[in-house]
Design a binder for this molecule. Structure first.
Ligand SMILES: C[S@@+](CC[C@H](N)C(=O)[O-])C[C@H]1O[C@@H](n2cnc3c(N)ncnc32)[C@H](O)[C@@H]1O
Length: 367
């Protein structure tokens, strides 16, 4: 209220209760520059304000990348720009950072925010391009001294009901990081066979109810029904699990937890599938050595075991081939303190590699 009086504004959106619940009611969180106290209070409580993303493992990444003024860097995943901003601070006005993102909605807002902080084209470029094409970026801009990839989706994408990433809120079943390209998750489900849906749920999220869910989804389409919204898919998962004897035997609290996890896994599996997340990560990993200068550092933050396995395997193989001089022997995880402050950091896994000073060209990667 004091903030409102100071800024001369009345509460613009009416909501029931003391705090807004719906995404569109959280107008203070959408304007962190204006309502800094509110935003700080929400972060202190361990939540992410709507329209924001709290960057993960920032100190660890800065220490791995050891950015020096005058260097040239690439942030493959701009998101809210938290990491990019810290990397730009380390450049201290000398050198250049290029940041990529395929999200045409959030990347525009983030670029405007960073430009408003005084980062001009001379030091900072934003490209709306898939990181699978880093070779193209390096062809235009030259090789990089440091590269960061913070995989997956941002909190802004998850929290915006219109993007359809969350089973918790009603929205279209979309889940595309770039909604201007490809097909939505609803369209994709309609074109898959029962076996393909089952395989997708199993391979992308180790879903234990993959068989039952795939059968229920195809039955639903055969009956002429739609699965076009996040809540329609959540209800189908709820009904399918609710009909299983093994789930009925659980306590109410256990059933609730089982349903929550199955929803999380199913939405994750769909997201990975429609955004081709494994395929683009493999391309990034293959092309990385070709875009790094000798001695160049790379840090990759991943959020589930499937991604981490790919990163670990690629780094190990390229270390054995003498292309990387050094790689992380152990995973770096966010501190317990960071996980309390930002529960979304809990599943983060950080790995790094350093390109050899006179690395041999390996077949299959461009330089
Ligand atoms: C976890 S967020 C990054 C958050 C960012 N590091 C920060 O500090 O705000 C991941 C971002 O990468 C983008 N992204 C995911 N896959 C991508 C890809 N293949 N190419 C380019 N951007 C991608 C997403 O759209 C999202 O904005």
């Amino acid at each position: 209220m004091a903030e409102e009086r100071k800024s001369g504004h009345r509460r613009r959106v009416h909501y029931a209760g003391r705090y807004p619940r719906r995404f569109e009611e959280k107008y203070k969180e959408h304007a962190p520059e204006k309502y800094a106290d509110t935003v700080e209070h929400i972060i202190d409580k361990g939540s992410t304000p709507a329209g924001m993303h709290i960057s993960i493992c920032v100190d660890e990444i800065l220490s791995i990348l050891a950015v020096q003024p005058g260097e040239r860097g690439l942030d493959c995943t701009l998101g809210y720009g938290g990491h990019s901003r810290r990397l730009l601070e380390r450049l201290a006005g000398q050198g250049h950072l290029t940041s990529l993102d395929i999200d045409p909605i959030e990347s525009v807002k983030t670029e405007a925010r960073l430009r408003a902080l005084g980062y001009g084209e001379d030091i900072f470029s934003v490209r709306r391009i898939n990181f699978a094409e880093i070779d193209r970026v390096a062809e235009e801009q030259g090789r990089f001294d440091f590269v960061l990839a913070d995989l997956g989706v941002s909190s802004m994408q998850i929290d915006d009901p219109a993007r359809g990433f969350s089973y918790k809120v009603e929205g279209p079943l979309d889940l595309r990081m770039n909604p201007e390209r490809g097909m939505s998750a609803a369209e994709r489900l309609r074109e898959l066979s029962r076996e393909e849906i089952e395989g997708m749920l199993r391979e992308n999220a180790d879903e234990p109810y993959a068989h039952e869910l795939a059968a229920a989804i195809t039955r639903c389409f055969r009956a002429g029904k739609c699965l076009d919204t996040t809540s329609a898919l959540r209800e189908l998962i709820e009904q399918t699990l609710g009909a299983l004897k093994s789930v009925q035997a659980l306590s109410a609290a256990e059933r609730k937890e089982e349903l929550k996890k199955s929803c999380q896994r199913s939405f994750q599996a769909l997201r990975i599938d429609i955004n081709h997340e494994y395929e683009v990560l493999e391309q990034l990993l293959t092309k990385l050595p070709g875009v790094l200068n000798p001695g160049g550092r790379v840090a990759i933050l991943s959020f589930h075991s499937g991604e981490d396995r790919l990163v670990k395997r690629s780094f190990k193989e390229l270390r054995r081939a003498g292309i990387y001089a050094e790689i992380a022997e152990e995973l770096t995880r966010p501190s317990a303190e960071e996980c309390v402050r930002n529960p979304r950091a809990r599943s983060a896994k950080l790995r790094w590699a350093v390109r050899g000073a006179c690395a041999q060209e390996a077949p299959g990667w461009s330089s």
